[in-house]
Design a protein around this ligand. Structure first.
Ligand code: NDP
Length: 295
């Protein structure tokens, strides 16, 4: 099977590497070409001159970009994916995107005989490196089955979630929960430090009790208490994800005050800490407000 991979960012790079290592013939394109060249040097893959070039002859094209408008941007234009995608090909969009936009993209592709599935991932950069991602798929189950051998190179748990857009919707909710857990653990631990409780002791108790989460079990011990704060998943992207969850809830007339508040808080953090900050660095803002360090 010929595969093309578009978007070699923090998670796209290790995902594409898994595809190359699995033995698929791979063409890559990245907006900043130097990164595609680095990738090709590491894997022996082909660097395409444009999205259209990457898509020519590909059975499966994977996109992994910040958001759905970026996917539309690489589809269109003289050198866009649409200029190269052949009838019978599959576009697998691993972007954590917007359900309604994925449905519109799928419809446009269908008119040209091209199949589409939304297939956002979870598990972080380390999960991608290990091929241990969870992949949540929206679209026709038979299209997923055709693309599955490629998805298996980076995904350990591949779940068909429903029609096109279902993967995006589920991903937005998952990440909204992540955002709630980071924020609330930050507030709770800042309060405990002020009460004289060591954060290590607090986490030991919480992680053996009912308040535990991925934030308390992994992110705080490994990244906050150690002050390591590695940059693996940009805060700007989590802000985008919570925003998608809040907007989908509003459009569906689901009262969701928790999601709306969480979206507003993460936009505030994004505006304060900037484009390059990691999502866990949001805790620094909570620490600043409280006047303590969770360390
Ligand atoms: P990054 O910000 O690290 O990388 C974004 C990639 O998209 C880069 O290759 C960038 O190119 C490219 N890009 C951005 N805008 C455009 C555009 N308009 N046209 C063409 N290319 C563009 O993001 P991640 O790799 O971290 O995330 C990608 C997706 O995966 C997001 O939807 C994110 O929410 C999701 N995700 C990320 C996880 C993580 O741990 N990082 C975990 C799970 C999901 P350039 O190199 O030129 O900037």
């Amino acid at each position: 099977m010929n595969v093309a991979f578009i978007g070699l960012g923090a998670i796209g790079f290790p995902m594409a590497k898994r595809v190359a290592d699995a033995g698929f013939s791979l063409a890559v394109w990245n907006r900043t070409e130097a990164r595609a060249r680095d990738f090709a040097r590491a894997t022996g893959s082909h660097v395409a001159g444009s999205p259209a070039d990457a898509a020519r002859g590909a059975d499966v094209v994977i996109t992994c970009l910040p958001n759905s408008p970026d996917v539309v941007a690489v589809l269109d234009g003289e050198n866009g994916l649409l200029a190269g995608l052949a009838s019978g090909a599959i576009l697998v969009d691993c972007t954590s995107g917007i359900p309604s936009m994925s449905r519109a993209i799928a419809q446009r592709l269908l008119e040209r005989g091209i199949d589409f599935i939304d297939a956002p991932v979870s598990g972080g950069v380390i999960g991608a490196e290990k091929g241990a991602l969870t992949v949540m798929v929206g679209g026709d189950a038979s299209v997923l089955d055709r693309a599955r051998p490629v998805l298996e190179s980076f995904g350990q748990k591949i779940v068909h979630c429903g029609d096109v857009g279902a993967g995006d919707a589920l991903k937005a909710v998952n990440n909204a929960l992540l955002a709630v857990h980071i924020w609330s653990a930050g507030e709770g631990l800042a309060m405990l430090v002020k009460e004289g409780v060591s954060p290590k002791v607090a986490l030991e108790v919480i992680n053996a009790s009912s308040g535990r989460s991925n934030a308390s079990m992994n992110l705080f011990p490994e990244r906050v208490v150690t002050r390591a704060f590695p940059r693996t998943f940009r805060l700007a992207l989590l802000d985008k994800d919570v925003g998608i969850a809040a907007e989908v809830a509003a459009a569906a007339h689901v009262p969701a005050p928790m999601l709306q508040l969480t979206a507003a808080l993460w936009t505030l953090a994004h505006n304060s800490l900037g484009e390059a900050a990691d999502h866990v660095e949001t805790v620094k803002l909570i620490e600043q407000w409280a006047g303590v360090e969770i360390a």
